[in-house]
Design a protein around this ligand. Structure first.
Ligand SMILES: CCCCCCCCCCCCCC(=O)SCCNC(=O)CCNC(=O)[C@H](O)C(C)(C)COP(=O)(O)OP(=O)(O)OC[C@H]1O[C@@H](n2cnc3c(N)ncnc32)[C@H](O)[C@@H]1OP(=O)(O)O
Ligand SMILES: Cc1cc2nc3c(=O)[nH]c(=O)nc-3n(C[C@H](O)[C@H](O)[C@H](O)COP(=O)(O)OP(=O)(O)OC[C@H]3O[C@@H](n4cnc5c(N)ncnc54)[C@H](O)[C@@H]3O)c2cc1C
Length: 556
């Protein structure tokens, strides 16, 4: 995050000064924004940067215990520099959060500089190799030119020039949220690879006396656990491509001072980061548990994969908070649509009248047609967004201010943002396959994946579709069965579909997911390397177990 921030927030002179040092690894930096007391609420950050016009320097301070920077990756022992986000004060006025490049450690002996107290925050659930750290600043002076001044400036006499948009400071976070959508796709692809390869190797239980034990991948319940997640990994692959394309287009516009789509980008990236990381987080656990006891071994790769992925739901914007950000924009879009404004592409459906007439039980509608089902996802999203938006309006009519009305409707707002994100993902998956140049055989296999993703997505949220009369109960049951009927068809290509991710064994780091499927020999080999097995009799025997046993034996 250090380099992307410099690339996005430096003037051209500052780029020339700082970026070559980064690219040549002459300095290593971190993104120091979160504090002990604040991670989500950025306007509440307490680190200060007071401008001293006499020396043309900023004086940085951590005024309170809660202002100590806390969590930034590689801050503890590795980074020589940081982008520090601090409240800018000049000529007696506070101008809010701004980014500053701060050198933390000497480039000669790596010791912390004067006014810098820095260290590691201690062991975490995962991210073991990462020295997430703390930083306490005490009257630490940096040159005026270390404030990143592409969008806002402080002149030598302390005069402040404000940015065209205050939220441009938040740009790096949007970029990383887009990366996390890709990270979700990769993590779920890895977990699917491990679980499906292992399920093809593992044989268990005797269905009928005398019959060979079947591969667990042949059990419909195992397929029902794993194949919708495999399809989701493919869905997230295509959605991260679409998300990155939108990000690149909007970022190009921003670089040309066109800020018209910055809100749409913020809302979409927030919703997709939250949706994909939540779904992946839960999916990793399903994959682990589908591998039985060996899934719980470090040898499976799942413990580390989960422990390293799960903070994706928290960092770069806590998921609930980001869903609320997305919903806040959707509510605004409903208002804009009602006042006749044209809505941008990803939300234009909110101005359509999607209220289809519910046609009762035997609808005769083609419930296997993906384009039709995507229109139902659209209807569900639109209904939920309008429902939540109406809740906000009713709150205001009842005398609440906007903040109060948004807060009181927040549970529904999160549901609406989830439905919006889910519609975008399902639509993108189906549309991406139409554009794919692939053989008819491959198209058929991918169509099976898209179908099981769409069907299972409705089955798992059928209440949403039934409550709003989008589907009847019997239609929902039919769609649920369509998903189950697809499982044996997907079974045929399941191992090939995970091989297609082509993770090398060294990357997958899983004995269960080995490409050669040689699991048991390698599990036994892996166990031999356990530290506990360095000696047959563990040294602790002589200190504890031995004396205990001997003492008790003498009593016999
Ligand atoms: C290949 C795969 C690799 C995977 C790699 C993964 C690496 C992962 C490693 C990462 C390690 C982890 C690294 C880390 O963790 S780095 C630290 C990450 N921290 C955060 O993400 C903090 C989250 N909090 C915030 O962003 C703000 O405080 C929020 C947004 C919650 C409130 O904000 P605020 O207090 O201001 O209140 P407001 O809601 O009135 O908003 C005011 C207005 O601003 C607009 N707005 C807000 N935000 C944005 C935005 N971004 N772009 C454009 N616009 C934005 C907003 O829509 C609103 O507009 P309007 O409605 O008034 O018009
Ligand atoms: C592994 C890891 C790496 C990190 N790396 C970095 C880094 O490199 N740089 C950096 O600056 N930070 C980093 N962070 C910090 C991270 O960005 C924050 O932890 C994250 O933004 C969440 O903020 P918080 O911890 O204050 O959570 P909180 O906001 O305190 O969340 C706690 C609960 O409060 C709820 N909540 C908060 N606000 C609202 C609201 N307005 N409405 C409803 N509910 C709300 C949340 O939904 C959540 O359930 C890292 C964190 C982790 C775990």
């Amino acid at each position: 995050m250090f380099i992307p921030t410099l690339e996005r927030q430096c003037t051209s002179e500052q780029r020339e000064k700082f970026l070559p040092l980064c690219y040549d690894y002459r300095i290593i930096g971190t993104y120091a924004q979160t504090e002990l007391g604040h991670g989500t609420f950025l306007r509440g950050l307490e680190t200060t940067a007071h401008y001293d016009p006499n020396t043309q320097e900023f004086i940085l301070n951590s005024p309170t215990i809660s202002s100590i920077k806390w969590w930034p990756g590689a801050l503890g022992k590795t980074s020589t520099h940081a982008v520090v986000l601090a409240q800018l004060y000049t000529l007696g006025k506070c101008h809010g959060i701004h980014p500053f490049v701060v050198q933390l450690r000497s480039l000669d002996d790596h010791k912390p500089l004067r006014g810098i107290t820095v260290g590691d925050i201690g062991p975490k659930m995962g991210f073991g190799p990462n020295d997430n750290g703390y930083l306490k600043l005490h009257k630490h002076r940096i040159p005026r030119t270390n404030m990143l001044m592409k969008y806002s400036q402080v002149s030598p006499d302390g005069t402040y020039t404000k940015p065209p948009r205050s939220t441009l400071t938040y740009g790096t976070m949007t970029f990383v949220r887009v990366l996390i959508v890709h990270g979700s796709a990769i993590a779920l692809a890895k977990a699917s690879t491990i679980a499906i390869r292992y399920s093809a190797v593992r044989r268990q239980s005797e269905l009928r006396p005398g019959e060979p034990e079947p591969q667990i991948l042949s059990y419909p319940t195992q397929q029902h656990k794993l194949f919708p997640l495999l399809a989701t990994a493919y869905a997230f692959h295509f959605v991260q491509l679409a998300m990155m394309k939108i990000y690149t287009d909007v970022n190009d516009q921003i670089n040309n001072s066109n800020f018209s789509r910055i809100q749409e980008l913020h809302a979409l990236s927030s919703g997709l980061k939250a949706f994909t990381s939540w779904v992946t987080n839960a999916g990793l656990e399903v994959c682990r548990m589908s591998c039985g006891g060996h899934g719980y071994s470090q040898a499976s790769g799942f413990p580390r994969l989960y422990a390293d992925f799960t903070p994706s739901c928290t960092y770069e914007g806590e998921n609930t908070v980001l869903m609320l950000q997305s919903a806040r924009y959707l509510v605004k879009c409903v208002r804009d649509a009602r006042s006749g404004k044209t809505l941008p592409g990803t939300v234009s459906y909110l101005s359509e009248d999607v209220s289809a007439v519910h046609s009762g039980g035997s609808s005769g509608r083609d419930l296997s047609n993906l384009d039709f089902l995507i229109s139902l996802y659209k209807q569900r999203a639109s209904n939920q967004v309008h429902f939540a938006s109406d809740k906000v309006d009713r709150g205001i009519s009842a005398g609440m201010d906007l903040v109060g009305a948004l807060n009181s409707a927040s549970v529904h707002l999160v549901s609406a943002a989830k439905a919006h994100s889910h519609y975008f993902i399902a639509k993108t998956f189906v549309e991406s396959l139409k554009l794919l140049k692939a053989s008819s055989e491959l198209q058929n296999v991918l169509h099976q994946l898209a179908s099981v993703y769409v069907f299972e997505g409705i089955a798992q949220s059928s209440g949403d579709f039934i409550e709003d009369y989008i589907l009847s109960g019997s239609e929902a049951k039919t769609i649920r069965q369509l998903a189950v009927d697809l499982l044996p068809l997907i079974r045929v290509n399941a191992v090939s579909l995970v091989d297609a991710f082509s993770f090398r064994d060294e990357v997958l780091q899983s004995v269960l997911g080995r490409y050669d499927g040689n699991v048991y020999e390698n599990l036994f080999k892996w166990a031999q390397n356990s530290p506990l097995n360095k000696t047959d009799v563990h040294p602790s025997y002589h200190k504890y177990l031995g004396p205990l046993l001997k003492r008790n034996q003498s009593k016999l």
